[in-house]
Design a protein around this ligand. Structure first.
Ligand code: MTE
Length: 325
């Protein structure tokens, strides 16, 4: 029996985080300036300190990587303190303050499996994968279906490079990605009503589009666990739930899969999930979004402002399908 439990995404963001609390956080951050850190409800910390021990990352010496100036984000960057403490990662809890809990995730050894319709299935350690990939930094807008947004500098590599390494056969049409599964570190995975592991998928045309990016770093450092270490998808024209974190498997198939959120509620979290201000989420408008840097609402743009690059991918789909099916 499917037990329906209200999830954070089923309520609008201003219900999740009361306005007063939200503005307090912004005011505190402003007062502290960059270098301060807010760790959810655990309160204020001295600039430069963290609320939790952060494991040193063996890939640290790779960063910073050269910035690709073709991807500028178009707005001022969101402070690192916000992007790394206001997170969605249901494996560690269905609220935003999961940064501390996520530190339980062990990111070495980390093996990535590439399988399905490929020339040769393989398993590769994250450091070997990083050594093969051309790393660069890109600034991307990041728009959550909950109607908040950020602008963040990801380091990483084009997903097309991984697809090239995988060498899919001519039958492959979709790339399915899967997050780690380990209840002993991720308490959320004990919640049996979620269809773990978290999965997401793209068509191969989307996966090889120049904007599709595997993030391995953030703000010129290895990507923190709460943001999806050691490997996380960034597809900036799609809602944030497509941006699967801590990926362990890339599976090539000819069948369109049902992804994590689609399984839970396909009327609200569809496969395409392209950002569109004209198509309401069934329970709230997508016309505007809250910029987490300023706290101000700004208009949402079709395909999150990346229409010129991606609109052609969807020219054969019907209007609603393009947008949110
Ligand atoms: N990936 C996994 N494995 N688990 C999750 O709960 N949440 C998604 C996405 N990737 C999620 C995930 C959602 S809803 C969003 S908005 C983004 O991660 C949030 O990324 P951020 O915390 O880096 O902003």
């Amino acid at each position: 029996m499917f037990i329906k439990k209200t999830r954070e995404w089923e309520i609008s963001e201003n219900q999740i985080l009361p306005e007063s609390q939200y503005f307090n956080r912004r005011d505190i951050l402003k007062a502290m300036g960059v270098g301060g850190l807010i760790a959810g409800s655990s309160g204020l910390l001295l600039p430069g300190s963290t609320a939790y021990a952060v494991e040193s990352d063996p890939s640290a010496s790779l960063y910073p990587v050269p910035r690709n100036e073709a991807y500028t984000g178009g707005r001022e960057l969101t402070p690192e303190e916000i992007a790394t403490t206001y997170n969605n990662f249901y494996e560690f809890g269905s609220h935003k303050s999961i940064a501390k809990k996520a530190q339980a995730l062990k990111i070495r050894p980390w093996t990535v499996k590439i399988d399905g319709m490929v020339e040769k299935e393989m398993e590769i350690g994250i450091d070997d994968l990083l050594a093969k990939m051309p790393l660069e930094e890109r600034i991307y807008r990041h728009r959550c279906v909950e109607a908040w947004s950020m602008v963040v500098p990801y380091s990483g590599f084009a997903l097309a490079e991984l697809v090239k390494l995988a060498a899919p056969t001519s039958k492959a049409k979709f790339l399915v990605m899967e997050t780690f599964e380990d209840k002993s570190v991720a308490p959320g995975q004990k919640q049996f009503w979620y269809p773990w592991p978290y999965t997401e998928a793209l068509t191969l045309e989307e996966a090889t589009h120049e904007l599709s990016f595997m993030a391995t770093g953030l703000y010129g450092k290895p990507i923190p666990k709460q943001n999806g270490a050691p490997l996380r998808l960034a597809v900036p024209w799609k809602y944030g739930f497509k941006h699967i974190k801590s990926v362990v498997r890339f599976h090539f198939t000819d069948e369109r899969p049902q992804t994590f959120w689609e399984k839970l509620n396909n009327r609200e979290y569809g496969f395409w999930a392209n950002v569109n201000p004209e198509v309401r989420h069934p329970r709230w408008s997508q016309a505007t979004e809250r910029d987490l840097r300023t706290g101000n609402r700004i208009p949402t743009e079709i395909y999150n402002g990346y229409a010129e690059q991606v609109a052609h991918l969807y020219k054969d789909l019907g209007k609603t399908e393009v947008l949110f099916k």
